[in-house]
Design a protein around this ligand. Sequence first.
Ligand SMILES: C[S@@+](CC[C@H](N)C(=O)[O-])C[C@H]1O[C@@H](n2cnc3c(N)ncnc32)[C@H](O)[C@@H]1O
Length: 239
Amino acid sequence: MARDGQRRNLYGRRQGRPLRAGRRALLEARLPDLQVALPDPPGRLAAGALFDPLPDRLFLEIGFGGGEHLAWQMGRHPDAGFIAAEYFITGVASLLDQLPAEPPPHLRLYIGDARDLMECLPDALFDKIFILFPDPWPKRRHHKRRLIQAATVDLLARLLKDGGALRFASDDPSYLAWALQRLTAHPALQWQARRPADWRQRPEDWPATRYEQKALAAGRRPAFLRFRRRPRREAETGG
Ligand SMILES: C[S@@+](CC[C@H](N)C(=O)[O-])C[C@H]1O[C@@H](n2cnc3c(N)ncnc32)[C@H](O)[C@@H]1O
């Protein structure tokens, strides 16, 4: 949230074509149990306010689009807790469509700019954070709209547990270079790649998203970056 308590401007699409009645009904039925509300007045949310009891492992997905990756990860990690942020309501409805009728107990959704939510979350909350194919905003005058900025990288490092993982994918060479520069510049984040295959090939526990499929169909080659959050003591002493 901007420091004056105002939410950020949203530049992407909030809604595509009008939602079908079935999807509107799904949102109305499911969202009340799943949605995270930001504290008012602005402040930090306690982890216990999000989940009770708190799962041992928590994952965050930022900009989950149609939710295919999120649904896959939830199926693969039934005991983990998931917080997921997306401001495109059509994507939220598409995610809900993929979930079983009974709302999963370990899922919380934030509909809006993920950074507004992240600023309210406590330190060292997440085992994994996923940012897959964020909007590249290719025009120079729009670069300030890119999700990856120094302030966002600080937030990511603050929210990851020691040893936690950040996954980032992009098919846009300019955004990739931009993100790599900012992520590798952070003293708490360590890029895990040792050889080209480590970023050229998607790991097995990382399913393809809709945007990856679009990129491949258009002949663009995505990159898959994995970072580890250094233990806090090590990062502070530069060890
Ligand atoms: C290019 S799409 C990629 C979607 C999905 N991750 C995939 O790979 O198929 C980017 C998504 O991120 C969402 N998004 C962009 N910036 C966001 C933000 N600051 N907070 C929440 N969602 C965001 C957009 O609405 C859009 O659905």
